[in-house]
Design a protein around this ligand. Sequence first.
Ligand code: SF4
Ligand code: MG
Length: 336
Amino acid sequence: TEPLLDVRDLQVTFSPRKKMFRERVSLRAVDGVSFQLYPGETVGLVGESGCGKSTTARGLMRLVEPSGGSVTLAGRELLGLPANKMRKARKDIQMVFQDPYSSLDPSMLVLDSIAEPIDVHLDLDRAQTVERVGALLQRVGLPAEYMYRYPHEFSGGQRQRITIARAIAADPKILVLDEAVSALDVSTQNQVIGLLEDLSRDADLTYLFIAHDLSVVRHISDRVAVMYLGQIVEHGDVDRVFDAPAHPYTEALLSAVPLPSPKVQRSRERIVLAGDPPDPSKVPPGCRFHTRCKYAMDVCRTVVPLPTPTIGSGEVTCHLHTSGPQLAGASVRELT
Ligand code: SF4
Ligand code: MG
């Protein structure tokens, strides 16, 4: 099967105000990110805050303008599309944020918020629109009459349901969920995740699920990608990545989370992830994780590791997994 969304070598560069820095710097918040979403799957994107997860999402949606790479949606290149065509393309890919107020205008009736994408993308008259909004509210587990209320009249969980109703209003193929359940308490979180799972089954939705909560990601995802300092350092089937992490960063991230089985927990050494990630304007040479990696070798300080297939599924970008000839080749390139 063809990927529904194909992200290749995505680059998002920020140029902070010069005053803050002595020299001109540009931050590559996203530095060569590639991944695919296949129809119907959920891909989790994890990593510490500031690693570029949200910027990856905003870049592929063109809410921030990427400085390079390619994003194809059902075979069509999105980067470089003129604004009017990009607006139409957003019918198929919608985003849900952590804060419902970033998509629900507090001064607008729920009806009008949900009707917005319908008005842009579908050809319905007012009566049909109102009927569709009612059906959407019921679809997300709320009474249709709630359309005549304002966002502040609802709890956080209800507001997030309304946001989801708005996101699916024009029948998109993909939802990008950026910390969409992170602000909710655990029981509300579980309910909203249950709703997302129902929707992905019934409406054939594909998700990019961005979250820092690893247990939530494990629960909902089919595959997972791990980001560090603007790059994906490991990806694979969710069970392979969680049960047998190949990258030292993934291992450290996971060791900070209590595991469901006490037996597994005893056998896994706790690895403390020391310090903060380096300043993104001063990316370490070689492997960018070497300043925090307990396995760092000499080669890690100078040679950039390349993605290598892992046992099981996916890829890892780490010299521990690079075979002899490849490592030798990389060293030669680096030295010449
Ligand atoms: Fe650690 Fe080296 Fe692997 Fe980077 S390449 S994660 S520094 S072992
Ligand atoms: Mg974020």
